[in-house]
Design a protein around this ligand. Sequence first.
Ligand code: HPA
Ligand code: ZN
Length: 334
Amino acid sequence: MYDFLRRLPKAELHLHIEGSLEPELMFQLAERNAITLPYTSVEEVKAAYEFDDLQSFLDLYYQGMAVLRTAEDFHDLAMDYFRRAHAEGVVHVEISFDPQAHLARGIELNVQMEGLGRARRRAERELGVSSALIMSFLRDRPAEEALHVLEQAAPYWETLDAVGLDSAEYGHPPSKFREVFARAKALGIPRVAHAGEEGPAAYISEALDLLEVCRIDHGVRCLEDPVLVERLRQERIPLTVCPLSNVRLKVVEHIDDHPLPKLLEAGLLLTINSDDPAYFGGGVLDNYLACARAFDWSRQTFIQMARNALNVAFMEEDRRRALLKDLESIPLED
Ligand code: HPA
Ligand code: ZN
């Protein structure tokens, strides 16, 4: 199964680039920028990655990204990720980034955009990995701040494939960001949002109704509302599911209890993604492999997951056609 899953042309639709910061690079960047880390070794960092919930992860996630200061840092971060993803058979990545988390540390938007943009062009040229860019708003910060960042991003509106919504979910419903997302819609920018990860199924409905998102990040708690499940199925709303993330953040107790088989049985449009690969135990391939071990899925099922991701990715139609053709040419037998 490993070789088969490795060969599948996989698209990663749910990836926080700041969450791809491996401890080794964290140390390198800390040294380069003369920043003192609260750790003395890579092992110590890894030992700290024991999370009780989303917030306990976010605390370390925001702390870790403080080593990113220059455009070169953002470039190195993204290239490091692109190389690993490429080695896993990833052909397309939709990179989410959190501009507010960097602005709050005095790192200007143009620094972030320049570094990420350079890495994206280089990955396309040197690795043949295409990418999209999703500017995510932090839902635990004021909506006015998000709106301000969206306006500040005017020189980059053309480069944004979507805006998103992430960070601490509970108590920060999508409705809080109605105006921000209406503005993005008026600008012609597609919209996605995390919903139903830790938060209730009602947040998924809100994201669809009030933010008019075209897909839901996570969405696993939709199963608590059968009417919503039927809507997601009928409207073919993609869910970007991240099984290893859900285990590490204790959304589910064990991978064997993950709702993916139930979501599949419900006929939903599912994709498998890594979320924050440096923090949650691996990239897209590791997430596919975890599913293979836990659910005993057929090769056809994995092909369907990979096909779903290619079908709903923000991608040029010619490239989509070519990648779908590659996917369909993978033999089902050894
Ligand atoms: N959930 C919400 N916000 C995030 C995550 C996540 O898994 N990763 C980075 N920001
Ligand atoms: Zn996420």
